[in-house]
Design a protein around this ligand. Structure first.
Ligand code: ADP
Ligand code: MG
Length: 617
């Protein structure tokens, strides 16, 4: 509990004790009024102050205003204890609410545990302990077992296994050896490793995630906007109704004023919309927190709301449905010189970050000292053009080569991606690289169907033959192949026109525009990929495609609870309001209805946080 929560609790207890004492003692007249007024002010002075401040700012008709006039009115009607009780319960509700908000904030912040405190950097052969922000790119750090990895980098010495569960929700340790990437925020389990730092702390995976989480509740959901607009019209209507209840019947039917004013006050107390105003954002908070525990980062409540409505899911192929880890299947030369094909492919591709390029480079070995490549341009969705010792080298698909006026055909029996190589306008040959479909892809796509996804679509820059294989093996409904990044965007736009809302699932390599344009952009397998994290609305921390259905479930459950809360609170309120206007409810019932429903709504909202996606079918 915070200091403020403690203080408010003390105020509640004091005021309550005073109220009990005042009721138990045979006080009357001015003494009873003084005691009750003291109890009232102890617990309620801040509400009154806030109400007055808002009146001066012209913001009539909000929560505090309702509470202030209802309780002051009760005092005027000689209902001292009731006045204190109304304020007291209101404050109990507020207290509960601040605890609940604090709790879900904390559970999101349990992710904050991933923040590393220090880094051990090797400078002039000595170990120096510094804060992660002080380490420069390219420096060498040492990470001991038990320590949290402070920065992203590549292991240059030693091997170990790491736990990435705080980042990905995946609890199995991952084995790493020299040459592997190690991600900041993961915990080093077994061995001491030396790591060459790849980027400064500001751009590290861990810092990006933290920034994301901290900004998570900034963008409001549509339904939250609805609540705000709703209270803007609701409160004036309620207050006008209360005025009518207080004055119309006495004036028209000459009924007793005090009786009807009291009914009006009860009506006002019940009408307070705080349960609604509180529980809706709280439910979203819970849902976002719950998702982050599974390594699913949902950027805002409006993104969560949109995710719950998705009907069409569009997939990128490489890295999303397939592992994105290619291996060279065969090398074919036009001139019987496979080594030459591999060499030029390597020289052109070695500066590219594309998974195809990486696989080609990884499988190339030579003793030769190689020339540098110059003027390297990567053409998204096509391939690479580079100059090596003055010669123009092309490495890419048929489209790329045809742009340079070179004819080539991919062999009909190729089922992977085919990288054609040309040197100075002369065709050298091709390399076929294949990628494996993720083992859980098929089952995950099937699961989506049971979660209300009506249509699945595959978009890829790869050849038609390779796309068909993936479509058939995963059970995806439709597919479009040989797309450039801008074609993927156009395809997504066309789909949005026909069947909104759609989600695009990709890895950010050549598909960031589509990620941004889709109603929900879902990036996966993105540890370290800035573009994707930036462009997406939902980020899956690892590349396990099963997380998609988990994300959908959490979003749907959260929206369900939000709606439940709206219905429960409005239902109870309207019922008690009617009872109050009809004279069947007293101030006590009004208070219980108000606080009771607030607490029910809060508890209901907290269910999002503990939602078990495995149990729910
Ligand atoms: P996907 O839609 O499957 O994710 P991309 O858009 O990343 O595929 O790439 C589409 C196609 O462009 C690849 O299948 C390949 O033919 C070609 N390509 C892209 N980048 C490269 C590269 N660096 N080297 C060779 N070919 C490439
Ligand atoms: Mg891709």
């Amino acid at each position: 509990m915070t200091r403020r929560q403690n203080r408010n609790l003390i105020r509640i207890v004091l005021s309550f004790a005073l109220l009990i004492t005042a009721s138990a003692l045979p006080l009357s007249g001015i003494f009873r009024l003084t005691a009750c007024l003291a109890a009232y002010l102890i617990t309620g002075y801040d509400v009154i102050l806030e109400a007055v401040r808002k009146i001066f700012r012209g913001q009539l008709f909000d929560e505090q205003f309702l509470m202030a006039i209802a309780t002051i009115g009760a005092f005027v009607l000689n209902e001292y204890s009731e006045a204190v009780a109304v304020m007291l319960f209101y404050q109990v509700g507020e207290w509960f609410q601040s605890i609940a908000v604090g709790k879900s904030r904390k559970s999101i912040a349990s992710l904050m545990d991933i923040r590393p405190d220090t880094a051990t950097v090797i400078r002039m052969g000595e170990r120096v302990t510094v804060s992660p922000e002080e380490v420069q790119k390219g420096e060498i750090i040492e990470i001991q077992p038990g320590e949290r990895t402070p920065l992203d980098g590549v292991i240059i010495l030693g091997e170990t296994s790491v736990n990435t569960s705080a980042l990905t929700g995946e609890s199995l340790p991952v084995d790493l050896k020299t040459g592997d990437r190690i991600i900041s925020g993961s915990i080093n389990l077994t061995g001491t490793v030396r790591v060459q730092v790849e980027s400064e702390y500001e751009f590290s995976t861990v810092n990006r995630i933290l920034e994301l989480v901290e900004n998570a509740s900034a963008k409001k959901a549509r339904i939250e906007g609805f609540i705000t607009r709703f209270s803007r019209v609701y409160t004036p209507i309620v207050v006008s109704l209360a005025v009518l209840i207080a004055f119309l019947p006495p004036l028209i039917f000459s009924l007793p004023f005090s009786e009807w004013i009291q009914r009006a006050l009860i009506f006002l107390v019940v009408s307070c919309p705080c349960a609604l105003v509180v529980s809706v954002p709280l439910s979203f908070f819970g849902g976002i927190g719950r998702a982050s525990k599974s390594g699913i980062l949902i950027k805002s409540s409006s993104d969560l709301e949109m995710l719950s409505k998705i009907k069409t899911m569009v997939f990128d192929k490489t890295g999303t449905l397939t592992k994105g880890a290619f291996s060279v299947r065969r090398v074919v030369s036009a001139k019987n010189d496979e080594a030459e094909v591999m060499k030029y492919a390597y020289l052109a591709e070695r500066h590219s970050g594309h998974p195809i390029a990486k696989s080609i480079c990884a499988s190339y070995e030579t003793q030769e000292s190689l020339p540098e490549s110059a003027n390297v341009t990567e053409k998204s969705g096509l391939g690479v053009r580079a100059e090596i010792s003055g010669a123009v080298i092309l490495a890419g698909n048929e489209k790329l080569l045809s742009q340079f006026g070179i004819a080539c055909v991919s062999p009909p029996d190729a089922y992977g991606a085919v990288v054609h190589i040309a040197k100075d306008g002369e065709y050298l040959g091709f390399i076929e690289v294949t990628d494996e479909i993720k083992p859980k892809a098929k089952i995950s796509v099937q699961k989506l169907k049971t979660l209300g996804i009506a249509k699945t679509v595959l978009l890829t820059g790869d050849r038609r033959e390779a796309a068909i294989r993936v479509k058939d093996e995963t059970g995806i409904d439709e597919m479009l192949s040989e797309l450039l990044p801008q074609d993927k965007l156009t395809a997504v736009e066309a789909l949005i026109e026909h069947s909104s809302p759609i989600a695009f699932v990709g890895d950010g390599i050549n598909d960031a525009p589509a990620l941004t344009r889709a109603d929900t952009g879902i990036a996966m397998g993105t540890m370290g990929s800035d573009a994707a994290i930036e462009a997406a609305d939902v980020v899956l921390m690892d590349d396990s495609i099963e997380k998609l259905s988990e994300a959908l479930k959490i979003a749907k459950k959260t929206m369900h609870i939000v709606r439940e809360n709206i219905i429960i609170t409005l239902g109870v309120k309207i019922a008690v309001m009617l009872l109050g206007a009809a004279g069947f409810a007293n101030m006590w019932l009004a208070v219980f209805a108000d606080v009771g429903v607030l607490i029910i709504a809060i508890l209901n909202a907290m269910r999002t946080l503990v939602y078990n996606t495995k149990k729910a079918a």
